[in-house]
Design a protein around this ligand. Structure first.
Ligand SMILES: Nc1ncnc2c1ncn2[C@@H]1O[C@H](COP(=O)(O)OP(=O)(O)OP(=O)(O)O)[C@@H](O)[C@H]1O
Ligand SMILES: [Mg+2]
Length: 299
């Protein structure tokens, strides 16, 4: 099987209308078909987590070629929204669309080929070698149990794994067991696993959690590079000064959208107060925003 096979379920493709027999097969005089940039979007989306409506009436767009950050306080519904955008949680109302087509109409396999996910606090399989963990991104789950991946393993898969290791600067760890890596190094391996799938959209829930500032900045740089290369990158972030360097922000509060737009539009003291109950200063320095929370001095 080649790397391209198995990307879509052929028997589940939408059946197009048959060409009338008198239609001319000559199409070279037609203008080229231009495709709008890929887009992941949700429309009036509501999602339950347990009995709670954790996401309420959220409409938002996450374009390819951009880094979008979802921000908001603990419990705001960020992870729930991300899971719904991936099709892992089914909405109670509204819908998610991928390239204009409802996500529910995509097969699981099609979705998996387009959307890669790095879950919040994702654990890596203890004892596995870094290279094998990254190969999981190519559907090589059985490898960890000594089985060949379903559908075989092609040179394209091998190349994608090597590329992903390179793009995340984890090549030097390839033959090491994951438990021998530091938290920050493991996080980069998780990113490599997601990139190995060569997705159209990369969805990351708190990828900078537990990372020192240097690693966090490196990770954001890696995400910016992927976005500049045309991937749609959506990351849940807590550090607002880091999030300020994304292209677009979506600020959630109690399951609803409090603000969305450019960092300048979203990161206002009024919005921060409404979302976090926080007095904060927002400074501009060399064209970037810095959020300084007011911290009490104690008594
Ligand atoms: N299975 C569940 N049963 C009941 N409530 C749930 C369940 N799962 C999530 N919730 C609640 O839904 C709300 C949103 O949760 P979610 O995990 O989406 O928040 P979050 O914004 O990702 O928070 P954090 O920043 O802490 O990760 C929270 O109040 C949470 O307690
Ligand atoms: Mg969360």
């Amino acid at each position: 099987m080649t790397g391209d096979e198995g990307r879509a379920d052929r028997d589940e493709q939408p059946s197009g209308a048959a060409l009338p027999h008198h239609a001319s097969p000559i199409t070279h005089h037609l203008p080229p078909i231009t495709h709008p940039p890929a887009l992941l979007s949700c429309h009036d989306l509501s999602v339950k987590a347990g009995s709670l409506l954790a996401v309420q009436n959220v409409s938002a767009e996450f374009p390819a070629g951009q880094l979008s950050a979802i921000i908001g306080p603990n419990g705001a519904g960020k992870s729930t929204l991300m899971r719904a955008l991936l099709g892992l949680d089914v909405p109670t109302s509204g819908e998610v669309r991928l390239d204009g087509r409802p996500l529910a109409a995509w097969t699981r396999r099609e979705r998996a080929a387009k959307l890669a996910y790095l879950a919040q606090g994702e654990a890596l399989p203890e004892g596995a070698l870094v290279r094998d963990v990254v190969a999981l991104g190519r559907g090589a789950g059985g490898w960890l149990w000594g089985l060949l991946p379903l559908g075989g393993w092609a040179q394209a898969d091998e190349d994608a794994v090597t590329q992903a290791l390179r793009r995340t600067d984890t090549e030097q760890f390839a033959e090491r067991p994951v438990q021998s890596l530091s938290g920050g190094e493991r996080q980069r391996v998780s990113l490599a696993r997601a990139l190995a799938a060569d997705p159209q959209f990369l969805m990351l829930d708190e990828p900078t959690n537990h990372l020192d500032l240097g690693y966090a900045a490196d990770l954001l740089t890696a995400l910016n590079t992927e976005a500049a290369g045309g991937m749609g990158v959506v990351a849940v972030l807590h550090d607002l000064t880091l999030a300020a360097q994304a292209d677009r922000l979506l600020l959630l509060h109690a399951g609803r959208v409090l603000a969305q737009g450019t960092p300048e539009e979203v990161l206002t003291p009024a919005n921060l107060h409404a979302a976090y109950g926080l007095q904060a200063e927002v400074l501009r320095h060399n064209g970037r925003l810095i959020v300084i929370p007011e911290v009490g001095r104690g008594k």
